[in-house]
Design a binder for this molecule. Structure first.
Ligand SMILES: CC(C)(COP(=O)(O)OP(=O)(O)OC[C@H]1O[C@@H](n2cnc3c(N)ncnc32)[C@H](O)[C@@H]1OP(=O)(O)O)[C@@H](O)C(=O)NCCC(=O)NCCS
Length: 154
């Protein structure tokens, strides 16, 4: 796989949980056992896994799970998990496209859903660009890095 030269239009599709591991592992859990890429809820029927493709190459993934966080009172809550773009495709708007497509699909299906997630410290600026706010203090996810809860009412 190589850097997108701009000639290829990225396309987003719903994908199976198993497909996401190909991206989650190198981007989010490098050097960690493969089972650390499996998240509880991956196989639930209500979970939405999206993949962004350049031609046939899967370049990035994001998963949206119907999970409630006790920090919020909203009736409909989704958690974004495993948001990841392969390094050679980062900073080419693929993450943005994945996030916005997920938001649109949830908004079409539910009234005023809340989207929340545990954001890596290094990605807080990315989510802030799309109107997400932080809640509470940073905390350490063992073997990974510092995170903070972020959210937005869609
Ligand atoms: C964070 C990540 C998903 C962003 O995806 P991406 O495709 O690289 O980002 P995009 O190209 O869509 O960026 C969209 C905008 O956000 C900005 N941006 C991207 N990553 C950023 C970051 N880490 N911090 C601040 N801003 C960021 C871009 O500069 C761009 O801004 P612009 O529109 O003003 O030019 C991706 O870099 C990634 O997978 N990083 C490693 C894993 C990770 O941290 N995942 C998130 C876990 S919570």
């Amino acid at each position: 796989m190589s850097k997108n030269t701009g000639d290829t239009v990225p396309k987003i599709f719903k994908i199976a949980a198993g497909e996401t591991y190909k991206i989650r592992r190198p981007v989010l859990r490098p050097g960690r056992p493969p089972e650390e890429c499996l998240f509880e809820g991956d196989d639930r029927a209500s979970t939405l896994h999206l993949g962004i493709f350049l031609e046939k190459d899967l370049a990035g993934v994001a998963s949206f799970m119907n999970n409630k966080n006790p920090l919020f009172e909203d009736a409909v809550q989704f958690q974004l998990r495993g948001m990841a773009v392969l390094p050679q495709y980062q900073h080419q708007n693929l993450g943005r496209e994945l996030l916005l497509e997920g938001e649109n699909l949830l908004k079409r299906q539910f009234q005023s859903p809340l989207l929340w997630f545990n954001a890596r410290e290094s990605a807080v600026g990315f989510y802030a660009k799309y109107g997400y706010q932080t809640k509470g203090d940073f905390f350490m996810v063992p073997n990974v890095c510092m995170h903070v809860v972020m959210f937005k009412n869609l």
